[in-house]
Design a binder for this molecule. Structure first.
Ligand code: GDP
Length: 314
């Protein structure tokens, strides 16, 4: 019999990678609901849905996400929506008797000046990066809620903290997306219009780690096979790259050969964000997609979405 798994947020970049992986594994039956069918910010509706569907387990991939500018411009939306999603899905899962839930957070839960690479133990050891504090606080509350239900009620609610993700289905909004989709879009447009230069934000010196979203999906299903996973566990690629070097790699993947300049009016965000992934690796998992390959796949998906009018820009 297949394991019925509710993938909350299945239409997003992460959720759709989880559906792909579940189907490919063949041992799972995804339970899905569109935004129109189920409002995840409504606790009664979530309860009703889970009571009716009775999935065996839940992966929580629903989130209001955005890049550095979006997060710092709309902190109330990011905090309120993500907190509500976390409390509703965790509470409703518990109330209907679901025994296993995997909550997805983000590496921005760790303090701005955490030791690098960042171990799981760095949580709550310092001040957060203020450009994404609202999102981070909601995700910290979510992971602590899972740990609290596990401790108090013995349910296997645990969390995964992925590093910066990219891949098919990303959001390509010119201002409010993350750096990879933002730059894919900007370099592609510059190539099409024959522009001689493209500006990237900030100083180009911040270091970031990037994981192809299908690798995250494989890590999630791996975590669901562990009998006694840590309350939260980092999911990363294992090495990082400067934003400037990343921009060179994206320009190459896109085929843009103009100049790259720096827009210092835009924020850098946290100086470095590399996860310590030794805990996850010790359980027998590692990523499969090098950055260059992932960027080519992401650009191919961008072109496909652009030409079919399906490009997500929010
Ligand atoms: P962060 O990891 O939370 O800071 O999120 P982002 O992916 O939005 O930004 C990562 C880094 O890339 C930051 O240092 C940005 O300043 C830099 N960056 C350079 N160009 C861009 C761009 O076009 N869009 C975004 N979002 N970030 C950019």
């Amino acid at each position: 019999m297949k394991t019925r798994i509710f993938i909350a947020g299945h239409s997003g970049m992460v959720g759709s990678a989880l559906v792909r992986e579940a189907l490919q594994l063949g041992t799972y039956e995804p339970v899905l609901a569109t935004r129109r069918e189920l409002d995840l910010t409504d606790l009664r509706a979530v309860l009703h849905f889970l009571e009716f569907q009775r999935p065996d387990c839940v992966i929580f991939a629903a989130a209001k996400v955005g890049g550095i500018l979006s997060n710092s411009t709309f902190p109330a939306d990011f905090l309120y929506e993500n907190l509500t999603l976390a409390t509703n899905i965790v509470r409703a899962s518990f109330l209907v008797g679901i025994k296993r839930l995997l909550f997805l957070g983000s590496s921005c839960i760790y303090p701005k000046f955490a030791p690098q690479p960042i171990p799981e133990s760095a949580l709550l050891s310092g001040t957060l990066e203020e450009t994404n504090e609202a999102y981070a606080i909601a995700k910290i509350a979510g992971l602590k809620l899972c740990a609290a239900y596990r401790k108090q009620h013995g349910v296997l609610f645990h969390s995964a903290m992925p590093t910066n993700l990219y891949g098919p289905g990303d959001n390509y909004h010119p201002d409010h997306s993350h750096v990879i989709p933002g730059l894919i879009h900007r370099f592609h447009s510059a190539k099409e219009r024959g522009l001689k230069e493209v500006a990237i934000w900030g100083t180009g010196t911040p270091m970031r780690e990037f994981l192809y979203v299908d690798d995250l999906a494989s890590a999630c299903f791996h975590l669901l096979t562990l009998d006694n996973p840590a309350d939260w566990i980092n999911v990363g690629f294992g090495s990082d790259v400067s934003i400037y070097d990343l921009s060179l790699a994206i320009a190459k993947a896109v085929g843009y050969s103009g100049q790259i300049t720096l827009d210092s009016t835009k924020p850098d965000g946290t100086p470095r964000k590399l996860l310590d992934t030794s805990l996850l690796r010790s359980t027998g998992w590692q990523p499969q997609t090098p950055l260059e390959d992932g960027l080519k796949l992401a650009y191919a998906d961008y072109q496909k979405a652009l030409h079919s009018g399906r490009l997500r820009t929010i």
